[in-house]
Design a protein around this ligand. Structure first.
Ligand code: F6P
Length: 534
């Protein structure tokens, strides 16, 4: 399998070499049909791949790779509920969470949505009050990774859809400073906590939940927990052991991966902040992208095309990372969200059969907001030695931004993509009187690839479609690489070592064998701690 991946991309080497000597700008003249071929529309999104350093021949080659890799068959297996996450023996059915029906488990999904609806209606209407009878004004989501990033992204992205009855806060990091920053602004009597943890064993979430409970009960007494804590977990019994009443625990399921879970009850903060109709619209947008992914022919299939262009950039043009640059403050958490989605899913070094791969997998996903990023890392994109493709993302209309701001924002977005493509030559090339060849310093080589993803408006449906687009892109790439996108064993070792070191730091456990550097750190912190306690 692994050799097949190498040789499949190897077949495109010649085409890649030809294209590297060509220019993206020239491709528009050589391929009169280029825009029609490289612009795809779906579910309210328009993806323009025409500024990539790719041509029709290369694209045909990539489509053939997807076919040979069995993307269509893998997609069918996912939809049918097959165990496509073999190392955890799980199906992968996040698409069932946003479908109107027709998937395995659709009845369970509908039942949980109904339960979410009643909690959301009760809290937002003020019928469900806190322990002292006061209205809930703030919701704190306690969760990390997939139990945090999606809800945080959606709440912020859809802020204009809110009728603002509730403030929503996200407590993810075990850094006590984050807990302090959040709770100091809140009143226990009017705060509802959601403990969001698929496993309900994540150490950070458990400590944060325990500290939040202490903060609450310190002010209102133990009985207050029943009206101020709900939980979401695929192991509801653990939430009950933690002290929550069973009817305050919302289920999710093993067949929903953590980083694919915002569509489940993990999305409760979204629904509480914005209302259930908004949450259902978000689901509908994702479902529209699912339908497109399943039904659209390969050459017009947006997730497939996005995935293939990403593979092309890595395997044929040598890109080791790519940057996500939304020109929209509402999408400021998108790079963080995509980092988990893509890098936790596809940051793998063995194939599905466990053998070591001899090809690369996920590139580094990173990014930041335009225009700020232009004044930070864009210098490297324009003139650095590394090839970093960019995904530009923007909405053509904005519900609140003054026109002159939005005009300038979008002008910059479009200009950066064009500047990366065209570059700029400077005549001259001879040192001036000071011995400086300024032309060489000013020149930008251009031919740097980017994608432009636009939508008329950023609203629940288009946000749902956008997130589902990247989910499916991630899946397609995993199939071509022959890896399991749905496990994450690599994060376990650090968790285990942290548990051991915590025991040593707090003095309960004897010091373990560490490397000299770690041993010195532990010793220094232990002695500081001992000194502080005296
Ligand atoms: O970081 C590993 C991870 O397991 C992620 O995959 C997951 O989203 C996160 O931890 C949180 O897990 P849980 O929802 O079980 O607390």
């Amino acid at each position: 399998m692994k050799q097949e991946v190498e040789s499949r991309f190897g077949n495109l080497t010649t085409e890649a070499a030809v294209l590297r000597r060509n220019s993206i700008a020239a491709l528009f003249e050589q391929e009169p049909n280029r825009l029609a071929r490289f612009v795809v529309e779906a579910a309210g999104l328009r993806l323009d791949l025409s500024k990539q350093l790719i041509d029709a021949t290369a694209l045909d080659g990539l489509l053939a790779i997807a076919e040979a890799a069995g993307v269509a068959e893998a997609r069918s297996a996912m939809i049918a509920g097959a165990t496509i996450n073999p190392t955890e023996q799980r199906a992968v059915l996040h698409m069932a969470l946003r479908a109107a029906g027709g998937y395995p488990h659709s009845a369970d999904v509908a039942a949980v949505l109904e339960r979410m609806q009643s909690l959301v209606d009760e809290v937002r209407s003020g019928r469900r009050t806190g322990h002292t009878g006061r209205r809930i004004t703030d919701v704190v989501n306690i969760g990390i990774g997939g139990s945090h990033l999606g809800p945080q992204l959606a709440c912020d992205a859809l802020r204009y859809a809110s009728d603002a009855p509730l403030g929503v806060h996200f407590l993810a990091n075990v850094d006590g400073g984050e807990l302090d920053r959040i709770v100091t602004r809140l009143d226990p009597a009017t705060t509802l906590f959601i403990v969001a943890s698929k496993s309900f064993t994540t150490a950070e979430t458990r400590l944060n939940a325990t500290s939040a409970r202490t903060w609450l009960t310190g002010a209102l007494g133990d009985e207050a927990v029943a009206r101020h804590f709900v939980a979401v977990s695929s192991r509801p019994e653990r939430a009950v052991e933690f002290g929550l009443a069973a009817d305050n625990v919302f289920p999710m399921w093993d067949w929903v991966g953590g980083r694919y879970s915002l569509w489940s009850a993990i999305g409760l903060p979204i629904a509480l902040a914005l209302g259930m109709p908004v949450f259902r619209e978000l689901l509908a947008g994702a479902a529209a992208m699912d339908t497109h992914f399943v039904e659209a022919p390969a050459a017009r299939n947006m997730p497939l095309m996005l995935a293939l262009v990403g593979l092309w950039n890595c395997h044929c043009l040598g890109a080791e990372s790519y940057a996500v640059v939304p020109y929209d403050d509402r999408l400021r958490y998108l790079p963080d969200y995509l980092q988990q989605l893509e890098m936790e899913s596809n940051g793998k070094r063995v194939g599905l059969d466990g053998t070591l791969l001899d090809h690369h997998t996920a590139p580094v996903t990173w990014g930041g907001l335009g225009t700020n990023a232009q004044h930070a890392f864009f210098q490297l994109l324009h003139q650095g030695t590394r090839l970093v493709p960019v995904d530009f993302i923007c909405a053509l209309e904005h519900p609140a931004a003054p026109r002159e701001h939005h005009d300038m924002l979008l002008a910059n977005c479009f200009a950066q993509a064009e500047a990366l493509m065209l570059g700029r030559r400077f005549p001259g090339g001879a040192p001036d009187a000071r011995g400086i060849d300024l032309a060489a310093h000013r020149e930008s080589p251009g031919n740097r690839p980017s994608s432009m993803l636009t939508m008329a408006r950023l609203e629940p449906r288009t946000l749902g479609a956008l997130i589902a687009l990247y989910e499916h892109k991630t899946f397609v790439q995993s199939v071509v690489w022959g890896i399991n996108a749905f496990d994450q064993w690599g994060v376990e070792l650090g968790k285990e070592l942290a548990t051991g070191i915590l025991g040593e730091i707090t003095g309960d456990a004897p010091p373990a064998q560490h490397g000299p550097s770690t041993a010195a750190l532990v010793a220094a912190y232990r002695s500081l701690r001992a000194h502080d306690q005296n």
